[in-house]
Design a protein around this ligand. Sequence first.
Ligand SMILES: C[S@@+](CC[C@H](N)C(=O)[O-])C[C@H]1O[C@@H](n2cnc3c(N)ncnc32)[C@H](O)[C@@H]1O
Length: 301
Amino acid sequence: MKPTLAEKIDKISNIFEIPKIASIKVTDGYIQRYYKINQIPYSLFHSKEDLAHLGITRNGVFTKDDLTAQALFVNKYVKRTKASRVLELATGRGADASLLARKNPNTKFYGVDLSEGQLYYAYKKATKVKNYFPSQGTYQDLSTFENNSFDVCFVVEALCYSTDKKTVLSEVYRVLKKGGYFIVVDSYRSDKQLSNTELTASKLTEKGMALDSFEKYSSFIKKAMEARFKMELEEDVSKYVVPNMERLEKVASHLFKHPHMAKPLVKVLPNEFVYNAISGYLMPNLIKDGVAKYYITVLKT
Ligand SMILES: C[S@@+](CC[C@H](N)C(=O)[O-])C[C@H]1O[C@@H](n2cnc3c(N)ncnc32)[C@H](O)[C@@H]1O
């Protein structure tokens, strides 16, 4: 029998100070530090191919190919619009954008990301993929890009970091051409009323991933409509990310099996690294219990 959320919170409290983690103030500086410290852990535990997101597994058995589902989905819209210019918000290590750039040599792919720790890998890719242009910046400010200049904009597992999605949405609306697409693949809180245990688990998962809080999907969509986007397509793919989450949970659970050894260990390791194990441990329960959701959303200008 797999442990319940309450049992997991109990195990976490044997090692960590829950109130201390729940009260972390996540700033851009914290996010940058998190991605610097987790450079090697992400490569080891997540994806050697630099795909810093979950795989979408539609047949129940996770394979590495599932990590390219997001890029292959975006590719359909690059082809449909015969895109000349595409923008990726939070391009991370550049795995998705460079894959797409290779598939579409006549399209220019631009990427912005906040973290130098991530961009280190993206810049390396850009030396080999000549139509991929990553740069440092926040997606809250796209002023370096002109109005109506992109056919497609996309963001994978990163808009959740924004505490001002209204600004991001209006910036994306501005830089997209009329009839352009904004593709968002991300995690959210569900609309259900959460119990105290579920709230604590959500909070710990968020802070462990260096984000302030997951927004409710309904609230995000309301903002998108207020920013004048039209809904083109939405799919709740929550159940398809569970196989990948369960792999990460397996790695993380080693820490919680041996609290006597783990407690002194986590004291000497950086918080931004060890707190990530808490997210890995809790995530499958949050999805299976309907607390968190994972959506593919396509908005149109
Ligand atoms: C989970 S990673 C996803 C990276 C990439 N999209 C991928 O799927 O591989 C989240 C990324 O969001 C970036 N990020 C967070 N806040 C940001 C902001 N305000 N502007 C730009 N990038 C941001 C982080 O630096 C990190 O690279």
